[in-house]
Design a protein around this ligand. Structure first.
Ligand code: SAH
Ligand code: SF4
Length: 356
């Protein structure tokens, strides 16, 4: 027998930060209210940073009073912050309702403020040099939990930098959690919300080829970074096990197609491991791939992960590797590590910090 309405337990309201404006308008319609109320609520929360319905003065009193039946305005997790001594890098740990811990990082340079967010708790893909990979996948994050990381970092920085960049380079593989990632992007990109430009958002992937192709169809000029790390299948199979499923002959054409469809130059990320992928022939191979794809190269000297044997090349050999690339590749940058002292550098996220 179907349960009668009286037997159905009341559904908890969804978290606000996971709702697109369209979904919020749909819930408002259920309460008999017009869609422009969603516009007003988005503006209050994301543009005026006002989190209490009581102060949303242009909403009808009846709506303010029963706001909790519409959605839950609490951030889905409690943030704690650890900063470096120079004050430029902060690691945020968001402890979620189920006890899972999500890590995000904000990095300030002279030119910009960048927020790095996680898309999953842990990661199933087990790249052999990555701390998050060592954890295995605990669970996917919801759109609300992704947006909340940005809101927590924006709150901390006081929303003075309205032109921050956002990179999906924290814990997890964003393209393995595609729908929540895209929903979060739509919420952050909304002109009545934070209105973060698509060009300011970069999705980093270890190479989930079908989802790279899907992302190219979204009609948004999002940045794409492909974690290459090796120029032959033999070595990439060892470093990035996902390569056995989608080898270079499939990955590189999907990256090329992404660049063609979006008009964006794809970035190739390359973590340098001493004696493994920093030899002269690696530089030659990487330069050839980058030139062929008209992509940028971002070199990341390996950040040590306790228990792993890999070594970071000396600054001189990083420099020598970059110099070999410059004549052949169109654009090369070296990612200078920020946040090593608080275990917030690339590949170090995953509960390693003494404070975590
Ligand atoms: N899962 C996505 C995004 C998160 S990792 C991806 O793999 O692209 C962000 C970047 O940090 C990736 O390029 C990743 O390969 C790199 N990385 C992982 N562990 C690292 C480490 N220990 N040192 C330096 N870079 C690392
Ligand atoms: Fe996952 Fe990226 Fe780490 Fe690989 S490098 S294990 S894909 S988070």
């Amino acid at each position: 027998m179907d349960p009668t309405p009286a037997d159905t337990p009341p559904q908890p309201s969804p978290n606000f930060y996971g709702l697109t404006r369209g979904l919020l308008a749909g819930r408002l319609a259920g309460l008999g209210l017009p869609p422009y109320r969603a516009d007003q609520i988005f503006t209050w929360v994301y543009q005026k940073h006002h989190r209490s319905p009581a102060g949303m003065t242009n909403l009808p009193a009846a709506l303010r009073e029963r706001f909790e039946s519409l959605c839950d305005l609490e951030l889905p997790g409690v943030p704690s912050v650890h900063g470096t001594a120079d004050g430029l890098t902060h690691k945020f740990v968001l402890t979620l309702a189920d006890g899972a811990r999500v890590e995000s990082v904000s990095m300030r340079t002279e030119k910009r403020l960048t927020f790095c967010v996680s898309s999953q708790v842990g990661c199933a893909l087990k790249c052999t040099f990555c701390a998050t990979g060592l954890m295995g996948l605990k669970r996917n994050l919801t759109a609300a939990e992704i947006v909340a990381q940005v809101v927590a970092m924006g709150d901390f920085h006081g929303w003075r930098d309205d032109r921050f960049n956002l990179v999906f380079m924290g814990m997890g593989e964003p393209l393995a959690n595609y729908e929540p990632m895209m929903q979060a992007i739509h919420i952050l990109h909304d002109p009545l919300g934070i209105h973060l430009g698509a060009r300011r958002i970069t999705v980093s992937t270890s190479g989930v080829v079908p989802q790279i192709r899907r992302l190219a169809e979204e009609g948004l000029p999002l940045g794409l970074a492909v974690s290459l790390h090796a120029t032959t299948d033999a070595l990439r199979d060892r470093l990035v096990p996902l390569n056995r499923r989608w080898p270079l002959a499939e990955l590189l054409p999907s990256a090329r197609e992404y660049g063609r469809r979006t008009g964006r130059r794809v970035t190739l990320e390359y973590t340098l491991l001493a004696g493994i992928n920093d030899r002269e022939e690696d530089a030659v191979g990487l330069g050839a791939i980058a030139r062929d794809l008209a992509s940028k190269i971002n070199l990341i000297p390996y950040n040590p992960v306790p228990g792993l044997e890999w070594k970071r090349p000396s600054p001189e050999s990083v420099d020598a590797f970059a110099r070999r690339l410059w004549p052949i590749a169109p654009a090369v940058t070296v990612r200078h590590t920020q946040g090593g002292e608080i275990w917030a550098a690339c590949g170090q996220l995953g509960g390693l910090s003494p404070a975590a």
